[in-house]
Design a binder for this molecule. Structure first.
Ligand code: UDP
Ligand code: MG
Length: 337
């Protein structure tokens, strides 16, 4: 990692006007955190300055109503190391992070919560890990300081489930303290509440992922924005992510397989019933099996058509955004054209 002449975070040029790319962009989503913000900014600034890193802090206000906006606007005018991005209303943590990513210009991006539950003192250690050649370094709150029943237990179950289903083997998906290579972030699209699945999305993009233990503190100011209800939303997001991971480039493999199986079973039953009707002269009009055969045949054909449509959609998705179906880590050649 490059370090340089650091003054208030940003590499300064003669006029005090900076055009350089900072080493680190720290992205912080904020919803009603006015009490912790001054402490947070100071903590980030002192840690990164001490590490000789140039940096910018991108605070994204996500519809706060407690004075955070006023504070951020003031600080944005005063501090050289702060970009205050104020969203029009509350869009949710994922959208706030996506906005922060868009404004980040650093070589690497670090995200953390505004409530001081994550400790900025861990950032240099995470950056050092990233420098070992990883694209994403995720924090693991081994000694998490949250309520046992409403937070820790659901989180343990959710983490276990995500680990089993997605096959991305880390302990703590929900920790906001993460470090990313900027290239990786540019490739990931965020929707819904998918920030919790960023390691999985990163894995889909072919990232090398590491996990490091980080500190976690109980909330000193304000209150958590989430309760038990988020478990359900996490489960729904999990389904989306699993589908994306497995079948984004080949939906026909899922729908086609299900469709064929269903059609095949329906056809087998229909043939059996036809045999009974013709050779055994049995009455088949009132048999439940007949209904099942029709159901399976119709469903099978529909699933098949679904698969074809999904293939078309998938092509539109990739081609309209010029998204290749692969990701290049690097190209090594003596003569590059
Ligand atoms: N947050 C946000 N928008 C929201 C909810 C939360 O930007 O709609 C921010 C919040 O200010 C905090 C971070 O996201 O910086 C994590 O939220 P919180 O601490 O409430 O979650 P917990 O740590 O309890 O899981
Ligand atoms: Mg928190």
């Amino acid at each position: 990692m490059r370090s340089g002449l650091v003054s208030n975070g940003i590499l300064q040029e003669d006029e005090g006007f900076s055009t350089s790319i900072p080493d680190v962009s720290v992205v912080v989503p904020i919803k009603d955190e006015v009490d912790s913000l001054p402490h947070l900014l100071e903590a980030i600034a002192s840690i990164l300055t001490a590490s000789q890193l140039s940096y910018e802090i991108i605070c994204v206000d996500d519809g706060s109503v407690d004075g955070s906006v006023k504070f951020l606007k003031e600080q944005g005018q005063i501090r050289g190391d702060l970009k205050a991005v104020i969203l029009r209303r509350n869009y949710g943590q994922t959208a706030a992070m996506a906005a922060g990513f868009n404004y980040a210009i650093g070589r690497v991006i670090v995200t953390l919560d505004a409530d001081l539950q994550n400790d900025p003192a861990d950032i240099p250690m995470m950056l050092a890990k990233l420098d070992e050649g990883y694209d994403l370094v995720s924090g693991w709150r081994e000694k998490r300081q949250d309520r046992a029943l409403t937070r820790l237990l659901p989180s343990k179950i959710a983490n276990w489930l995500i680990r089993q289903i997605t096959g991305v083997k880390i302990h703590d998906y929900g920790c906001s303290l993460k470090a990313y290579s900027t290239d990786l972030v540019r490739d990931m699209n965020l929707y819904g509440e998918l920030h919790r699945f960023l390691p999985v999305l990163a894995y889909i993009e072919g990232a090398r992922i590491a996990e490091v233990k980080v500190q976690h503190h109980s909330r000193r100011f304000g209150s958590s924005k989430y309760g038990l209800s988020r478990t359900f939303r996490v489960l729904m997001d999990l389904l989306t992510v699993v589908f994306m991971k497995k079948f984004l480039t080949r939906p026909m493999h899922v729908f086609g397989f299900l469709g064929l199986t269903s059609t095949f079973c329906g056809a087998a039953i229909a043939i059996y019933l036809t045999y009974l009707k013709i050779y055994e002269n049995q009455e088949i009009g009132n048999r439940p099996l007949l209904t099942l055969a029709v159901l399976l045949l119709v469903t099978g054909i529909q699933l098949f058509c679904f698969g074809l449509l999904a293939e078309l959609l998938m092509r539109t998705y990739h081609e309209s955004q010029s998204r290749p179906i692969y990701r290049v880590r690097e190209v090594v050649a003596k003569h590059r054209q």
